[in-house]
Design a protein around this ligand. Structure first.
Ligand SMILES: Nc1nc2c(ncn2[C@@H]2O[C@H](COP(=O)(O)OP(=O)(O)O)[C@@H](O)[C@H]2O)c(=O)[nH]1
Ligand SMILES: [Mg+2]
Length: 206
């Protein structure tokens, strides 16, 4: 990935490393999101999809996608002199699911990115997060138009329908985002932190 950002050196006062994981199905925008918010050029193990991926990965719903993440994305956000947030974008393909359990270890929480055209791709992530007891929020990354294999003229589902389809407990926040836009990604991370705060300090939140 190319970037014109000036890589910011890690402050020597940094003591606390906080970890947040971004998970979701193939082509849902994980690499894009980490790239949009990271202050360092994100370390991404994108590799051009080889013929070996043909028939395994399904890029049909993501027309301009020609690279796939083979391990994970890694980005950094300095919160203050001492606190640094590390972002891990976890691979969505089924053959990498075994990595997720490792990634969830020690993480504060997670963002599950979903593409409403392929909601079922997020079931496994949500299941694993619930199993681990890792708090999470769900962010809907809207893509233009229906998937090529979807019935024509089906309107994009509302958040209420997405919540019902994912069978999300009422306490799990569900928000919209555009993974390409830094302010949108930032607001998703703030929503996650607010959610974590409300879980840990319920008396301090309305
Ligand atoms: N329209 C639209 N396209 C997006 C959005 N987020 C990502 N994309 C595009 O979708 C493709 C897949 O995104 P990518 O971050 O590689 O997905 P990943 O497999 O989850 O890492 C890329 O071509 C992105 O430019 C979004 O919010 N809206
Ligand atoms: Mg990726």
């Amino acid at each position: 990935m190319t970037s014109d950002r000036n890589d910011v050196p890690l402050r020597s006062t940094a003591r606390d490393a906080l970890k947040i994981v971004i998970v979701g199905g193939f082509g849902v925008g994980k690499t894009t999101m980490v790239g949009a918010v990271s202050e360092i050029r994100p370390l991404s193990t994108e590799e051009i999809m080889t013929r070996a991926g043909v028939g395994i990965d399904d890029p049909s719903a993501v027309a301009d996608k020609n690279a796939t993440t083979v391990a994970f994305d890694f980005g950094r956000i300095t919160l203050n002199d001492e606190k640094v947030l590390y972002l891990f974008g976890a691979p969505g393909q089924q053959r990498f699911w075994f990595l997720w359990d490792q990634l969830f270890g020690g993480s504060l929480g997670a963002v599950v990115l979903v593409d409403t055209r392929r909601l079922a791709d997020s079931f496994y992530a949500i299941d694993r997060l619930e199993h681990h007891g890792t708090p999470f929020i769900v962010a809907v990354n809207r893509f233009p138009g229906p998937a090529p294999d979807a019935p024509p003229a089906r309107a994009a589902p509302s958040l209420a329908r997405v919540r019902a389809a994912l069978d999300l407990p009422p306490g799990v926040p569900l928000v919209e985002c555009d993974a390409r836009l830094r302010p949108s990604c930032k607001s998703v991370l703030i929503d996650l932190v607010q959610h974590l705060t409300s879980l840990h300090f319920p008396e301090t939140t309305p």
